[in-house]
Design a binder for this molecule. Structure first.
Ligand code: G6P
Ligand code: MG
Length: 218
């Protein structure tokens, strides 16, 4: 059977940590005297911690000293980590384990491609660390999504050419990154937001084994 590389984003694809990022950023914005909407939050998905804070400060028309900037970055991460501390396997999104099991059974390459510096910690919390043959996260890249670097490194680690890789992504920036890497992009979310992906599914419950088989064979 053919071997393909299946590269998963973490936040919003494997686990619903996107909601915790949102809560932490929202509380920080509130502290600075403004609010963040869910629509605005879409633009933060897949975006690094530093860049997210820069974008948020732009929305609130705020400028911070370097010292304050570092302080708020740490505060956001502490808030986020307080949610992560409560996580267990119950927070893995529906049918993600089913897909991962199938990919393991068929001996496909499985990698993680996330902007998060907390990715390894989260995979350990939910018991999925061992499933990934390669993990590329926010600590391993110099260029953030929509740059394709994270996925290209993951493909290299799997020893599979980019055109034989398939990326699962919930963010606008991540789908763009996968497309730039010339990989097959699968958006997890709404067609409205992720219309630039090759395929879009609401979540993994919509992804049939027959579809995975088609991807493996192509
Ligand atoms: C993911 C999330 C972003 C988050 C980024 C950095 O891409 O979608 O919302 O800002 O990771 O995460 P970190 O855990 O390093 O703050
Ligand atoms: Mg994501």
């Amino acid at each position: 059977m053919n071997k393909k590389g299946f590269i998963f984003d973490l936040d919003g694809v494997i686990v619903d940590t996107a909601k915790y990022h949102y809560l932490a950023w929202k509380s920080l914005a509130n502290e600075l005297g403004f609010d963040i909407t869910l629509e605005q939050n879409e633009q933060l998905k897949g975006v690094s911690r530093v860049r997210s804070l820069e974008i948020i400060l732009g929305w609130g028309n705020k400028t911070l000293s370097d010292e304050q900037f570092s302080k708020y970055m740490a505060e956001k991460n502490d808030n986020y980590l307080s949610h992560i501390a409560q996580m267990d396997a119950g927070e893995i999104l529906p049918d993600v384990p089913k897909t991962l099991n199938y990919l393991q059974e068929t001996q496909q390459g499985i990698a993680l491609g996330s902007a998060s510096k907390n990715a390894r910690k989260i995979l350990q919390k939910v018991g999925l660390f061992e499933v990934f043959q390669a993990i590329v996260d926010g600590n391993n890249v110099s260029k953030a999504k929509p740059d394709p670097e994270v996925f290209l490194i993951a493909a290299k680690k799997l020893n599979i050419t980019p055109k034989n890789c398939i990326v699962f992504e919930d963010s606008v920036a991540g789908v763009t990154a996968a497309n730039s890497a010339e990989m097959i992009s699968i958006g997890i979310g709404s067609q409205e937001t992720l219309g630039h992906a090759d395929y879009v599914f609401k979540d993994f419950t919509e992804i049939q084994t027959s579809f995975i088989n088609e991807l493996i064979k192509r």
